[in-house]
Design a protein around this ligand. Structure first.
Ligand code: PRP
Length: 183
């Protein structure tokens, strides 16, 4: 399989959790559900940089509707906690539009919870969440997730947009890290 040699060669990686085919099959199913639900609506896919762009790019190609895309970037304030700083805002207004936030992973949900509160104040016609991965065992914020690719266990995962210090984003599959890497 394309890219598989990287998993075998890299000592940081444990095992493949989702293959490229598994990911794309699920993206196709999620895209079909979104196509059904948003038919006739003015849809904007909103993604949080950087990890979400891989999922966004594949998902957009499996939604058979006119749509636009926009991007935000955030960083956590030093010291952690729920505070998030917007480092790049959307380019376009979302008032009256149907907004679907596309995330690669939801962990504690704190990032998304903050963003949803910010976006809600801009009066979109609707505001829903689509995530490829849901590590729901770690959830702190109470979030409604309309579309979910996969539930995953509480393991650090990389690939298909997800990184470890900037590495592994470009892998076409998702893999767990070896336990000893994260300490
Ligand atoms: C990931 C993901 C979410 C956030 C989820 O981004 O894209 O934005 O973490 O974590 P939470 O549910 O605990 O708030 P990350 O900080 O890894 O940034 P990146 O996409 O640039 O790698």
């Amino acid at each position: 399989m394309r890219g598989r040699t990287a998993v075998l060669a890299d000592p940081l990686l444990d095992r493949m959790l989702f293959s490229p085919d598994q990911i794309l099959d699920r993206v196709e199913e999620v895209g079909a559900a979104i196509t059904r639900d948003y038919d006739g609506r003015d849809l904007v896919l909103l993604t949080v940089l950087r990890g979400g762009i891989f999922f966004l790019a594949d998902l957009a190609r499996h939604i058979d509707l006119p749509l636009t895309m926009d991007f935000m970037a955030v960083s956590s304030y030093a010291g952690g906690g729920a505070a998030v700083r917007i480092t790049k805002d959307l380019d376009d207004a979302i008032e009256g539009r149907h907004v679907l936030v596309v995330e690669d992973i939801i962990d504690t949900g704190l990032t998304l919870n903050y963003l949803l509160n910010v976006l809600r104040q801009r009066r979109p016609a609707s505001l829903e969440v689509c995530t490829l991965l849901d590590k729901d065992a770690r959830r702190i914020a109470d979030l409604q997730v309309a579309y979910r690719g996969f539930r995953i266990p509480d393991r650090f995962v990389v690939g298909y947009g997800l990184d470890l210090g900037g590495r592994f984003r470009g892998m076409p599959f998702i893999a767990t890290l070896r336990d000893e890497v994260m300490g």
